[in-house]
Ligand binder design. Structure first.
Ligand SMILES: [Zn+2]
Ligand SMILES: [Zn+2]
Length: 197
């Protein structure tokens, strides 16, 4: 494990939230449109506090996405500023807590704070950890040209280039294979031309 467990969980959760944006999602369309989408997302990532399930809650979560995306795309100075802003806005107050099957971890908002505020603070706290360890480079955009998904690279050798939403790694492998075999066909054809001369 590279970082504290709650940091890694928060990064995965935040990336998944950002990757519901159109262009990043599996379907290519916005995947956070209905209250049902949001409920499924919150269940999947085990958000434990209160929820309203209403339109404002959904709107806040939707609006949070492009903002959090800047944590992946900004330079260090911009990210630091944004992290501080996200924490200050929510009046974050870090506390050690233990609940459900989660052992000691950090919460910096109350369980009754709005969902978007909790998601915002969770993201900021996790990225704070990366900045402090000088590991911000582990957050980047997917290397596939037509994909805007964000990636959390927790691999030991920092080898993760593609997202896990669009099957981009496989697509890139196939494209590279095709390019290689096209090149070798061409090479074979020109060798033949030369020998026929
Ligand atoms: Zn918790
Ligand atoms: Zn991708």
């Amino acid at each position: 494990m590279l970082f504290a467990h709650d940091t890694e969980v928060s990064l995965a959760t935040t990336a998944a939230l950002i990757n519901t944006l159109p262009g990043a999602s599996n379907s290519g369309t916005d995947e956070l449109v209905t209250p049902e989408h949001l409920a499924a997302f919150l269940d999947r990532f085990e958000f434990t506090g209160s929820r309203t399930g209403d339109a404002p809650e959904l709107a806040e979560m939707r609006a949070l996405r492009p903002r959090l995306r800047k944590l992946w795309t900004g330079d260090e100075g911009a990210v630091v500023q944004l992290v501080n802003e996200l924490l200050r806005e929510a009046e974050a107050l870090p506390q050690l807590v233990r609940h459900d099957h989660w052992n000691w971890h950090l919460h910096a908002t109350s369980a009754t704070a709005p969902v978007a505020q909790r998601a915002q603070v969770e993201a900021a706290m996790a990225v704070m950890d990366l900045v402090r360890s000088d590991e911000l480079s582990r957050l980047h955009e997917c290397a596939a040209e037509d994909c805007t998904a964000v990636v959390v690279d927790l691999s030991r050798n920092r080898s993760r280039r593609y997202c896990d939403v669009g099957n981009c790694g496989n697509r890139a492998n196939v494209a590279a294979y095709r390019a290689r075999s096209a090149a070798s066909r061409k090479a074979a054809a020109s060798t033949q031309e030369i020998s026929e001369r």
